[in-house]
Design a protein around this ligand. Structure first.
Ligand SMILES: [Zn+2]
Length: 297
């Protein structure tokens, strides 16, 4: 009985502690951090769409709630600056990396995933899926997810954003069949057209004041965005906005064929290149190193 009582008490303390940490953002060194107001779990079965620019089925954000999304990374310096700014505000985002970039800079994307952000897919090569044949769209989608998986070492979340927001019906149907959610946006920062960080902040704040809430489209690939992040987050906090973190109920399951195709894209890759070197190269004969080396003349 005593043991049972102790276990029950620990359980209650554990719940209280976790709830308090969530409510007060404990472990966050910044007293003016945005933090995370709400974490939502998305059941991606049949490929639901989010972001009213294109998909209007699920209006789940409350007034003043925002979701951060970052496209086209990972990229040296800029992605890291975005990560640092988010970490300083103890908050989270969704990243939609390009497959090729994921394989150029896997160590950066690993950091994104390790920080607890949701990492989805944005095609292999940022192709416009409205052009070309359907088969090409499947390859772009799948190889993109496989490349992200290869970079982060774990299955990505089944969240996808179409490059240029070009979403042909066949590709949407395919994503539905793969239980991958589609992300448009409520608010496009157009950060890729801006060189000055202050313009990025102004663009987002002005649009947010009109709409009151929304999924925000930004690019961690862009230097202007990377530089704008600290000020943007400070302003959002000052104006009373709240961050919603979107997670997936279950990860995407990549397809072996495309995992192999992504592996083949790694520079210098050869068949069997992913086997541990020790199982490929074995020393079978070695000179006796105990023998005295001839003295140098
Ligand atoms: Zn993009």
């Amino acid at each position: 009985m005593r043991i049972a009582a102790t276990v029950a008490a620990i359980w209650v303390v554990g719940i209280a502690g976790a709830a308090m940490a969530q409510a007060q953002g404990t472990q966050c060194a910044n007293p003016n951090a945005l933090g995370i107001a709400r974490t939502v779990e998305i059941d991606t079965t049949a490929g639901p769409g989010f972001g009213f620019e294109q998909y209007k089925a699920h209006d789940f954000l409350l007034l003043k709630e925002v979701v951060f999304t970052f496209d086209d990374g990972p990229w040296p310096n800029n992605t890291k600056a975005v990560l640092d700014a988010l970490a300083n505000h103890c908050t989270k985002a969704i990243f939609f990396p390009i497959g090729k970039h994921a394989l150029y800079h896997p160590e950066i994307l690993k950091e994104v995933a390790a920080a607890g952000h949701s990492v989805g897919g944005h095609t292999w090569s940022h192709a416009n899926l409205s052009k070309g044949k359907g088969e090409n769209a499947i390859e772009e989608i799948e190889k993109g997810f496989s490349a992200v998986k290869l970079a982060i070492g774990t299955n990505p979340v089944p969240f996808f954003r179409f490059p240029y927001l070009q979403d042909p019906e066949a590709a949407r149907t395919y994503l539905g069949s793969r239980n991958i959610a589609m992300f448009s946006h409520d608010l496009d920062s157009f950060d890729f057209k801006m060189r000055k960080p202050e313009d990025v902040v102004k663009s987002i704040m002005t649009k947010l004041e009109k709409k009151g809430k929304g999924i925000i489209l930004m690019h961690d690939f862009q230097q202007s965005t990377a530089k704008a992040m600290p000020e943007l987050l400070n302003e959002l906090k000052a104006k009373g906005y709240k961050v919603v973190h979107m997670k997936a109920k279950a990860p995407v399951t990549t397809i072996a064929k495309w995992d192999e195709a992504a592996k083949g894209e790694i520079k210098g890759a050869t068949p069997g290149g992913d086997r541990p070197t020790a199982s490929v190269v074995r020393t079978i004969e070695e000179a006796n190193t105990n023998q005295p080396v001839a003295a140098k003349k």
